[in-house]
Design a protein around this ligand. Sequence first.
Ligand SMILES: CC(C)=CCC/C(C)=C/CC/C(C)=C/COP(=O)(O)OP(=O)(O)O
Length: 248
Amino acid sequence: MGPLPNHIAFIMDGNRRYAKKLNLIDGAGHKVGFLAVTSMLKFCYELGVRNVTIYAFSIDNFKRSPEEVQSLMELMQEKIEGLIKDESIVNCYGVRVYFVGNLKLLSEPVRLAAERAMLATAKNSKAVLSICVAYTSTNEIVNAVEESVEEKIEHHESEPLIKLVDIEKHMYMAVAPDPDIIIRTSGEARLSNFLLWQSAFCYLYSPSVLWPEIGLRHFLWAILNFQRHHSYLNKKGEQLQHLLQDGF
Ligand SMILES: CC(C)=CCC/C(C)=C/CC/C(C)=C/COP(=O)(O)OP(=O)(O)O
């Protein structure tokens, strides 16, 4: 119907509520949530959306109970290892995987699994999957500013001014273009410290379903809405252009 988004990012909200709703044991919501991740990845790559980003674990999530953090980390390690197996979605669609965030905060087994997955997919070039772990936007921005300053000092620059390009170069998310759509489930229309820098012109879509319940119709509806807003903005732009040309 219109332009295809180049990048969709997901905030996977509502996994624990889903487990509660269905009387499942603790942790089961996140396991079903991972199935929803695989469906969304398939939909994106089949349709030709080349960049996908998921918010898998924020720095604030470390404040959850030690049991929950442990169970999420174990799930993450198991699924990261699955990502590089032969028949995985990543291999089927030629996806390069990046782990994005302050990876030093991860336990060693998870960090090593993430590094192995990044190395194993480094030659894939058809699409990109960025998995945000130990991530918050504010941490990403502070880190990018620090690295920019260090670089200026190292290069003994006479005019050590930090410019936009310096910060953008040092962003963890420099691996992908800015997102066109952010989908956050469970009806929440907040960004919760996710891609704040990159979402300046992004379309935010928040269906009321919990993350494990997200399906093809929510995905397609997000894209149709994005296309509708996109063509509306283009039309407004064209109208303004005509007005300016007519000497308004
Ligand atoms: C390797 C890989 C990509 C794994 C991803 C697994 C997965 C689905 C992680 C979700 C993590 C998370 C904290 C989601 C928010 O739901 P919540 O726990 O805050 O649930 P709530 O909103 O109902 O409280």
